[in-house]
Design a protein around this ligand. Structure first.
Ligand SMILES: *[C@@H]1O[C@H](CO)[C@@H](O)[C@H](O)[C@H]1NC(C)=O
Ligand SMILES: *[C@@H]1O[C@H](CO)[C@@H](O)[C@H](O)[C@H]1NC(C)=O
Ligand SMILES: *[C@@H]1O[C@H](CO)[C@@H](O)[C@H](O)[C@H]1NC(C)=O
Ligand SMILES: *[C@@H]1O[C@H](CO)[C@@H](O)[C@H](O)[C@H]1NC(C)=O
Ligand SMILES: *[C@@H]1O[C@H](CO)[C@@H](O)[C@H](O)[C@H]1NC(C)=O
Ligand SMILES: *[C@@H]1O[C@H](CO)[C@@H](O)[C@H](O)[C@H]1NC(C)=O
Ligand SMILES: *[C@@H]1O[C@H](CO)[C@@H](O)[C@H](O)[C@H]1NC(C)=O
Length: 660
């Protein structure tokens, strides 16, 4: 028969000189007893693995103080079993792997000796998360308090462990999880928030309040009620099970059976190691639907698609799927912005830079999938291996377009890899680009070792001109864990992206200086959340996020899923001249909603937007005053569908009913 906890309690205090686990854990990040040898530490074994035990001792009344502990010792679990109340001596240590210097420290008892089983058959009641303790919707740490929260710059100002603050579990997410370190916890009714990572780990939340919950069941990165980006501190990573059972292959929104496990810190994250792997309870049954946005016969109304097609080569197996998405989910937009078009020889590092075969293969596949839509394409091959990405692949951005609807403004040659295009007045006195399409400041340091942006001047069949910029900003490679020591965490290459936004904004300004009403669309894989406002600040008052203009609910703005966040890193920005006329946009979740990683065509979702690009069109809404771009708010009698309504959360909730 298994004893209950009160029976066990009488055993904690048997020895006068004993040190409790709570005294070892203390109420701050690091143990007050670190480096000391302690005797007769008592706890019930809740789990064991090859490298040691997890034990739980006398409960503490102080929510900052954990009563769980890792006992580190290879094979020490041989002579003890879960349910055994043991006494153990050893040295208190704060552990992090030498090769992971940014990890937080795990409090451990090292070099265990004198392990005695005092009695057996004890059951430890897990901490039921959401009931006994509620994960806070909060900043991750006390050092993530800048204007952009955990995404604030400068990064890595403070090292969390060195500060060794007293935990404030109700106010900071990492403090909350730290206060449970080593304890046995239960998540009832967990919902998966991502596909599994390469180790089979996946993120969940349980039945407690969460931020950014979207219709699919994932958690979207957005601004919280404090106006700062939410950090999803209330989500937790589920690691490998202790009994060796296999975790399910999760997808976003999948419901699982309850998880009971030990709260550990490993590989950069607080993680629950389940005693046994959970089972799948239910999976979302909604399929991604084709966009509710269709092509228009109006020559001024264009659809624009955007898709990062993930290292596409002429032989990529995913070409038919991508083509199906473009043809049948985006309805073959008038212009497609694509990113990650590899050269014709793929990853072979052989000097080939042309992507004509890759683009021809894509265009053919779309013609097939759409029963006849014929795209033209254009791109500028990089100088071999100068634009980053997989070595030899020479990935670049490209445009596809439907010649019956739009054409590149003629009269200017296509640019090359190293020359910048500029706004010019052509022989008819109208605006165009000196190279069309052409790269924007390709030799600026902002673009070193990364993909260059491609600007193009277009005309509709009615003769109206407009401009596009297709971008693929530097990736977040070299970011540090959001559960790591560096606070705020390192947002890899955000300084680069800020420069890239700046160069892009300067180029847009050079057009607006000559035509304040110019129709400009800048879109692509920006590798950054709109909520990282420091990166996008150069766009302020220059370009407008189309989601704001269209009034898309903030929780439904996502094109990517990473760790616990669904996030919009593929974005469409439009000039005031376009925004004034209203816009529609949809992110089509063909990939973030996939049933497994393998079923995705790309790691990004595609996007489709519908905009009006002609001059002199006075807008679909009543214009009460003449706008002075870029402050188009004044044309609306109230704060409607417009980004100047700074409280985006509230605004789009108010406005969802007027979404057209
Ligand atoms: C961390 O804080 C605790 C409690 O104040 C203190 O006992 C301990 O010495 C500190 N450790 C370090 C390394 O600062
Ligand atoms: C953060 O800065 C410290 C120096 O204060 C440095 O040692 C550490 O490597 C940095 N961490 C990251 C993740 O860049
Ligand atoms: C998962 O559980 C939540 C909460 O009970 C429920 O709202 C949601 O519909 C469930 N999802 C699926 C796919 O069954
Ligand atoms: C790729 O296509 C362009 C436009 O049709 C052409 O000018 C160029 O020579 C082609 N490049 C190669 C390597 O075939
Ligand atoms: C691009 O064109 C410029 C001007 O014609 C020329 O000087 C430069 O060498 C060209 N660059 C490449 C990579 O072909
Ligand atoms: C870009 O950066 C430069 C130099 O820091 C600054 O002067 C300029 O105002 C910035 N441009 C924009 C559009 O923010
Ligand atoms: C810009 O567009 C508005 C509204 O269509 C118009 O009233 C205004 O005259 C235009 N301004 C310029 C500089 O063309």
């Amino acid at each position: 028969m298994r004893s209950n906890i009160s029976f066990v309690l009488s055993l904690w205090t048997a020895a006068a000189c004993a040190v409790s686990i709570g005294e070892i854990q203390g109420s701050s990040y690091q143990s007050p007893l670190v480096g000391q040898f302690v005797d007769d530490v008592r706890g019930v074994v809740v789990a064991k693995d090859k490298y040691g035990l997890w034990i739980v001792g006398e409960p503490s009344d102080d929510p900052r103080v954990s009563n769980g502990l890792r006992v580190y010792g290879v094979n020490i679990g041989r002579s003890v079993n879960p349910g055994d109340l043991i006494s153990v001596s050893g040295r208190v240590a704060e552990y992090r792997a030498r090769y992971r210097p940014n990890d937080l420290l795990l409090t451990e008892l090292e070099r265990p000796t004198n392990i005695h089983v005092l009695s057996s058959g004890h059951a430890i009641e897990p901490v039921v998360l959401g009931k006994d303790r509620i994960p806070p919707i909060a900043p991750l740490s006390a050092f993530d308090m800048g204007i952009d929260g955990w995404l604030s710059v400068p990064n890595n100002v403070t090292l969390l462990e060195a500060e060794n603050r007293t935990l404030e579990p109700e106010d900071y997410g990492l403090d909350f999880w730290e206060s449970l370190e080593g304890r046995l916890v239960t998540i009832e009714d967990p919902t998966a928030l991502n596909f599994p990572d390469m180790y089979g780990s996946f993120w969940v939340h349980g039945g407690w309040p969460v931020s950014g919950k979207n219709a699919r069941g994932g958690l979207s990165l957005m601004l919280g009620s404090d106006g700062k980006p939410v950090a999803h501190s209330e989500a937790i990573l589920i690691g490998k099970s202790i009994d060796g059972t296999k975790n399910p292959r999760t997808m976003v929104g999948m419901n699982l059976s309850s998880i009971t496990g030990v709260l550990a810190y490993q590989f950069g994250f607080y993680s629950i190691l389940p005693l046994t792997a959970p089972e799948v309870v239910s999976v979302p049954d909604d399929e991604p639907q084709p966009a509710p946005i269709s092509l228009s016969d109006d020559p001024c109304q264009l659809t624009i698609g955007d898709y990062n097609v993930e290292n596409m080569t002429p032989r990529s197996h995913h070409i038919p799927k991508i083509a199906d998405h473009i043809a049948n989910y985006l309805h073959s937009p008038d212009i497609m912005f694509v990113q990650e078009i590899s050269d014709d020889s793929g990853a072979a590092d052989n000097g080939v830079v042309s992507a004509n075969k890759t683009l021809t293969a894509l265009v053919k596949a779309i013609a097939h999938a759409s029963e006849g839509v014929k795209y033209e394409f254009v791109n500028i091959p990089p100088v071999d291996n100068m634009d980053g990405g997989k070595p030899g692949s020479n990935i670049r951005v490209a445009y596809l377009w439907r010649p019956e609807k739009v054409a590149l403004v003629p009269g200017s040659p296509i640019g090359n890899a190293t020359t910048s295009t500029q706004v010019i007045k052509d022989s008819s006195g109208r605006l165009s680009l000196s190279l069309n399409p052409g790269r924007i400041e390709p030799s600026s340091l902002a673009w070193e070792e990364t993909r260059k942006s491609l600007a193009a001047a277009w005309q509709t069949v009615a003769g109206d001109r407009f401009y596009t910029i297709n971008v693929h900003f530097s990736s977040k490679r070299d970011s540090s864990s959001a559960h790591g020591d560096a606070r705020p965490p390192v947002n890899g290459h955000s300084d680069r992206r800020a420069l890239q936004v700046n160069v892009t904004a300067n180029f847009v300004n050079s057009i607006l200086a000559l035509d304040a009403n110019a129709s400009i669309v800048a879109a692509g894989d920006m590798n950054e959340f709109a909520e990282t406002r420091s990166v996008f600040s150069a766009f302020d008052g220059v370009l407008y996020n189309i989601n704001e203009v269209a009034g898309v609910e903030p929780v439904e703005r996502y094109t990517y899923v990473y760790e616990q966040h669904m996030q919009e890193i593929d974005q469409v920005f439009i000039s005031a001249g376009v925004a004034r006329k209203g816009a529609e946009v949809e992110h089509i979740h063909v990939n973030t909603w996939a049933a497994s990683l393998g079923e995705r065509a790309s790691d990004h979702d595609p996007t489709i937007a519908r905009v009006r690009v002609c001059d002199g069109f006075n807008g679909v809404f009543s214009v009460t005053t003449t706008p002075t771009p870029p402050d188009p708010l004044s044309i609306y009698s109230s704060c409607s569908r417009w980004l100047a309504c700074t409280d985006t959360l509230q605004t789009s909730q108010q406005l969802k009913h007027v979404h057209v």
